[in-house]
Design a protein around this ligand. Structure first.
Ligand code: HEC
Length: 144
């Protein structure tokens, strides 16, 4: 379990390394780049299954507060500015959640489900600058 997570994180670190490099700022087609990035995310990272990694979930819980998610979301406490995220891992695809957490701006422009949510909630979720590692930890927290 530990070893497996280590491998995934290494992969994430590598992916983040290329993505944040010289390629990104040079791109002009913002929407297409966003779409490619979100598709890439979904392919690169394996959805975590089985027992929740408690240590990672703990980090995720701290990040959920530190990154300001708590300002708009509860987990089981009802709707605020954004949806209650309780049971999100059952209701959405892993890759979709990862993309929404990292690139809500691009998702709200390109993804049909995200667009529907925006129509319902009337407030665009803000890009909080969450890295892949952080998003994975937050996902682990939301999955438990
Ligand atoms: C400014 C308020 C705000 C903040 C801060 C915010 N969100 Fe959101 N979030 C929303 C809203 C509103 C939606 C619904 C889509 C929309 O209208 O943009 C949403 C949608 C989502 C969804 C999809 C929910 C579903 O039912 O499918 C996830 C997952 C999510 N947010 C996670 C996060 C995480 C994790 C953070 C912190 C890194 C965060 N959000 C920060 C407002 C926010």
């Amino acid at each position: 379990m530990k070893a497996k997570h280590g491998a995934v994180l290494l992969l994430l670190a590598m992916a983040a390394g290329c993505g944040g490099g010289e390629g990104a700022p040079a791109q002009t087609g913002g929407e297409e780049a966003g779409e490619a990035a979100t598709a890439e995310m979904a392919m690169l990272i394996e959805a975590p299954t089985g027992a929740v990694n408690a240590e990672l979930a703990g980090q995720g819980e701290s990040l959920f507060q530190a990154k300001g998610c708590v300002g708009c979301h509860t987990v089981g406490g009802g709707r605020l500015t954004g949806p209650d995220l309780d049971g999100i891992a059952e209701r959405r695809e892993f890759g979709w959640v990862m993309a929404m957490v990292q690139r809500p701006d691009s998702m709200l422009q390109n993804d049909e489900v995200a667009k529907e949510l925006l129509a319902e909630y009337m407030t665009p979720m803000v890009n909080m600058g969450v890295t892949q590692e952080e998003a994975l930890a937050i996902y682990e927290y939301l999955r438990q």
